[in-house]
Structure formats: C-alpha cells, structure tokens
Ligand binder design. Structure first.
Ligand SMILES: [Zn+2]
Length: 151
C-alpha cells in the first residue's frame, strides 16, 4: 500500500477555499459521487486532489487507481502526506454508509482498517443542506466523528 500511516489528532483543519473547491467538485459530479484525496502536514489540509470515480455511481465510489497513484506520488514528492479521503453523498446525509464502512477494512477482516489513521470526509446531501463531516473508521467497525476546523 502506498499510504503512509501517521499519527492524527481528533481534528482536521482545512482552509475554507479548499473546502469550497471540494464542494464545487461534488456539485460538478452530481448526481454521481465525487471523490478525492486530502494532502497535508499533521492535521492540516494543504492540497486537494480530485480523482475520477470510476464507478460513476450515485451511491458508491472507487478512485481511479492510476489517478490515485499519480496524485500519491506527487503528494510524496512535495513532502506532504495523505491525511484524508473525501467523497460526496449526492442525496443522503454525510455519514458513512454500510458500503463505506465495509470498504474501509481489508476484505473479511473487520478488525483491520486499511487506513486506520486517515480521516474520511463526507459531503452531503449535495442536493440539500450540505454538511461536511469527517470520520475515523477504526477496528471493530467503530466509527468516530472527528472535528473539522475551518480555517
Ligand atoms: Zn459514502
């Protein structure tokens, strides 16, 4: 796996202009889900990378593996780390779906989150009163909301 693990506090900070970029991306791909990577240092997002959702789905996403790899290489080359993954919920609340939770673990291993240290940012409902929330998905299918600090 290319993701590096890092210690993360229970807060992610993001500049408002980057949050606006993410929300604009979610509106662009509506009615399908948008997805991408959040790169930064410690717990602060410094760059946003939009990635194509190869599922082109209203209820699911999968990042284009080539796009993801290209972005991860760039993130590493500029000395940042992947600190989060974002995706939109076009018509549902910004809370991880069963699919989101299931995909956060190695197949058949509910105690082994693939990326235990990153934040899962969810933006939804895109067609309603949009809320942006961030979660950590821990072992034992434990989902914890973490604080999103808009700076
Ligand atoms: Zn989802």
């Amino acid at each position: 796996m290319i993701f590096e693990f890092l210690f993360m506090t229970d807060t992610i900070s993001i500049p408002r202009r980057l949050l606006d970029e993410i929300i604009a991306h979610c509106k662009e791909t509506y009615p399908n889900e948008a997805c991408g990577l959040l790169a930064g240092r410690m717990d602060t997002v410094e760059r946003v990378y939009k990635i194509t959702n190869i599922r082109q789905s209203k209820i699911d996403y999968e990042m284009d593996p080539k796009g993801q790899l290209r972005c991860e290489k760039e993130i590493k080359s500029i000395g940042l780390k992947v600190i989060g993954i974002y995706h939109s919920h076009p018509s549902t609340q910004s809370y991880p779906s069963q699919t989101d939770i299931m995909r956060a673990y190695w197949p058949g291993e509910p105690d082994m989150p693939i990326y235990p240290d990153i934040g899962y940012m969810i933006i939804g409902p895109v067609d309603g009163d949009i809320k942006v929330r961030v979660f950590k998905i821990n072992s034992g299918q434990k989902v914890d909301e973490i604080n999103l600090n808009k700076i």
